[in-house]
Ligand binder design. Structure first.
Ligand code: SF4
Length: 333
């Protein structure tokens, strides 16, 4: 029986684990957190059908149980070495594990909004991230800093993506649609709240996304402003003043809002950066690099070492699950 070590219990890693277990591989999944699907568990509802993220997390975790897959939680793989027989992995306690093949599914981490000091995250209570907003939506607690229903909320796209200053020139792919989804959720919970979305471009690339964008404008009255917010500051009544430019109208703009929501992008997780480097497959920005993005996107330059999901680049949940399946097939081949 062939053995496979999968590093990361996110959607891509779990999907690959399930298929390989079905095909009689001896699968071990290593997860450095205490639970699986952490990045999805942080969400409230998922686009485009507003399904509860909890349902997806439960279904994916059930696959691990149903297939008797060994998952080692709180286990951070810090070393990977190849010898003549296969792969030797080492965890943070110095314990070793052997496998014929290794699949990196170490995922992404959300951009740390503190790094954009001019936007005031961690300084002004009214500045929150898209992750904070997910929690507010989930618990029906969309409130301003004094615990009242907000009268105005502004969303800002591309925080930590397509951004010279943070060094991330790439697009994180899912934050446009997430902003539209969150804006709709806010309007459902607080119908009287004015909602603005500040964007550079709206990249509504997936099935049903464009329709959701139209619905946001026509049914919910959400206003989309083409422009970047350059600065946020606090006001005496604990609101946030933002300075921007409407680039379609060519006009500078100031606005006071109860909440400013920073749509943070994706960066490679610490595990992705470290392991991609150790294995010699570190690509742009620290993401793991596959052998070829067209035809061999789950293989790497190292024989027996495979990659899948957001450790390679930003992608949606659907794409990550499909990429896990694709990796399983590449490994079986
Ligand atoms: S998906 Fe939208 S918000 Fe996210 S980085 Fe790309 S353009 Fe910006």
């Amino acid at each position: 029986m062939k053995s496979i070590s999968i590093i990361g219990a996110g959607p891509a890693g779990i999907e690959a684990a399930t298929i390989l277990a079905h095909h009689n591989y001896q699968v071990t999944v290593f997860e450095k957190s205490a639970s699986a699907m952490k990045n999805i568990a942080d969400k409230a509802f998922l686009f485009p059908n507003f399904v509860d993220a909890k349902e997806i997390v439960e279904e994916m975790c059930q696959k691990l149980v149903d297939n008797n897959i060994t998952v080692k939680y709180d286990t951070d793989i810090v070393g990977i070495h190849r010898d003549a027989h296969g792969w030797l992995l080492e965890d943070q306690k110095g314990e070793n594990y052997f496998a014929d093949n290794v699949l990196l599914a170490t995922g992404y981490t959300p951009f740390d909004a503190h790094r954009k000091e001019e936007l005031g995250y961690g300084i002004y209570g009214g500045v929150v991230t898209s992750l904070d907003m997910e929690t507010m939506i989930r618990y029906d607690r969309v409130l301003n800093t004094v615990g009242e229903k907000p009268k105005r909320i502004a969303f800002l796209q591309c925080v930590g993506s397509r951004d010279e200053k943070s060094g991330n020139h790439y697009c994180s792919k899912v934050c446009c649609v997430t902003a539209v989804k969150q804006a709709i959720e806010v309007k459902k919970q607080v119908p009287d709240c004015e909602v603005y979305v500040f964007y550079m471009d709206l990249r509504m690339w997936g099935q049903g996304f464009e329709e959701m964008y139209r619905e946001a404008q026509q049914q919910y009255g959400i206003r989309f402003v083409r422009g970047r917010i350059s600065e946020a500051s606090g006001t005496f009544d604990k609101r946030v003043q933002i300075k921007s430019e409407d680039t379609l109208m060519g006009l500078p703009l100031r606005m006071t809002t109860d909440l400013l929501v920073l749509m943070v992008g994706m960066e490679p997780s610490a595990g992705t950066c470290a392991l991609a480097k150790v294995c010699g497959i570190a690509g742009d920005y620290g993401f793991a690099q596959s052998a070829d993005p067209h035809l061999h996107d789950n293989k790497t330059a190292m024989e027996g070492l495979f990659v899948c999901g957001t450790c390679k680049r930003p992608m949606s949940l659907t794409d990550a699950v499909n990429d896990g399946r694709s990796a399983a097939l590449a490994i079986m081949e």
